[in-house]
Ligand binder design. Structure first.
Ligand SMILES: NC(=O)c1ccc[n+]([C@@H]2O[C@H](COP(=O)([O-])OP(=O)(O)OC[C@H]3O[C@@H](n4cnc5c(N)ncnc54)[C@H](O)[C@@H]3O)[C@@H](O)[C@H]2O)c1
Length: 391
């Protein structure tokens, strides 16, 4: 593709801001931010003002000005906007979750009590519709799963590939004290709770590493085969004693999820996610292999340890994501975007679009992640019964 690559951002909230920041860090490929659109005039106006990015009042107008559409809008919008952009000949970047099931459109829909088999079927069909639209016109799908690009995961990938290691068991987690987005907590926007919103990250990283292991040793990806899962709604329990530190009041989602995944070679991964954990975001994946053991720490890391005796003294200093207090000992992130893999992610996306090659985080990984997550909901509905993940 001829330079520059013109990127249009859909959505002007939290994710749009860090996407813009990291797109502006790309080197070697000329990237132009074509503009931004969002459903709310106020949010796109603020984005234009704060970051000197032109705002468009329609998605179609944004598409006309861009080569790539970067979806930073709520999960419920991903399929429709992705297909619209692909049909207009645009490459797409899609935030997690790639897509999902968002209800029947009726006001009485409640995701937590709705049957999960149809959700699994619909979510996979949704993936297929998006990938079908891309295959039809040779456009690129970049799945914005930053964990794939986190330096800790990339180093472990190198260890597995170059040592011909076999990963036997992984255990991973993403948890914090509750998502900020007003769309989160309402299944018809978010497509699920902790499993879909947070578990997707360590899950995709685990799936990515097994794909890499299989490709390095035998030339083909090792895929997820079955999942057993549990979900809980802890902050909704009548016995929950609210001290004001955890977000609560989710409409119809779980705030705790656990998945036990088996792969086609019989090896396993245990993935946890929740809205119940204080002390900042907790992002890690531990790998037990036949020839090594690795702890991939994404956040917090201990590159820096700071003691602050007075909360107010650090008022204007960013420490780390979702930390509740800046007083006492903390682990300020020297470059949080880097340790989360964001600049590396956008570097790969821009290079892959520019060179016409697949990105590391691609549609196959996105689709396996969605199939595993929604098969996990089927399992949880059955009290944790082992459930086959559709091919
Ligand atoms: N990878 C990560 O670390 C990470 C972190 C946070 C969020 N996310 C993902 O990013 C996406 C956005 O989340 P967020 O936290 O930025 O939410 P947000 O609520 O902060 O922002 C959402 C934005 O989308 C806009 N919007 C709503 N409907 C739209 C539509 N139909 N067309 C265009 N814009 C629309 C809203 O006006 C708002 O500006 C979600 O898919 C979320 O899961 C990823």
């Amino acid at each position: 593709m001829a330079n520059p690559v013109r990127v249009g951002i859909a959505g002007a909230g939290f994710a749009a801001r860090f996407h813009l920041h990291n797109l502006r860090r790309v080197y070697g490929v000329s990237v132009e931010i074509a503009g931004v659109t969002s459903r709310s005039l106020a949010s796109r106006g603020a984005f234009e003002r704060d970051f000197a990015v032109r705002s468009f009042d329609s998605f179609e107008a944004l598409c006309d000005a861009a080569d790539v559409i970067d979806l930073c809008s709520p999960p419920s919008t991903h399929e429709e906007l992705a297909i619209k952009a692909l049909r207009r000949g645009k490459h797409i970047i899609v935030e997690k979750p790639f897509t999902g099931y968002f209800g029947s459109g009726t006001p009485d829909f409640r995701g937590n009590s709705s049957p999960k088999e149809p959700m699994l079927r619909h979510a996979i069909e949704s993936c297929n519709r998006i990938t079908g639209a891309a295959h039809g016109n040779g456009r690129m799908i970049c799945y914005a799963e930053n964990w794939v690009y986190a330096p800790a995961i990339q180093k472990e990938c190198e260890i597995v590939e170059k040592s011909s290691g076999q990963i036997l068991w992984m255990i991973g987690n993403q948890s914090h004290s509750g998502s900020h987005s007003p769309y989160y907590g309402i299944w018809s926007y978010s497509g699920g709770g902790s499993l879909v919103g947070k578990g997707c990250h360590p899950l995709s990283a685990a799936l990515f590493l097994k794909r890499a292991e299989g490709s390095a040793r035998a030339g083909s990806a090792i895929r997820p085969a079955t999942v057993s899962a549990r979900t809980h709604e802890i902050t909704r329990l009548p016995e929950f004693r609210d001290e004001g530190h955890l977000r609560r009041g989710y409409k119809d989602i779980e705030d705790y999820g656990q998945m036990h995944v088996t792969f086609s070679d019989g090896t396993i991964a245990d993935i946890f996610s929740s809205e119940l954990v204080m002390g900042g975001v907790s992002n890690w994946l531990e790998v037990m292999a036949n020839n090594h053991r690795t702890r991939c720490q994404l956040n917090p890391i201990d590159a820096l340890e700071t003691f602050n005796p007075k909360e107010d003294a650090f008022r204007d200093i960013y420490l780390t994501e979702k930390i509740e207090t800046k007083q006492g000992w903390s682990h300020p992130a020297p470059d949080e975007a880097w340790q989360h893999g964001y600049p590396q992610e956008f570097q790969d996306f821009m290079e892959s679009i520019s060179e016409g090659r697949e990105p590391l985080a691609n549609a196959d990984l996105a689709r396996d992640t969605i199939a595993t997550l929604y098969a996990a909901y089927v399992s949880a509905e059955r009290g944790g019964t082992e459930t086959r993940i559709p091919e």
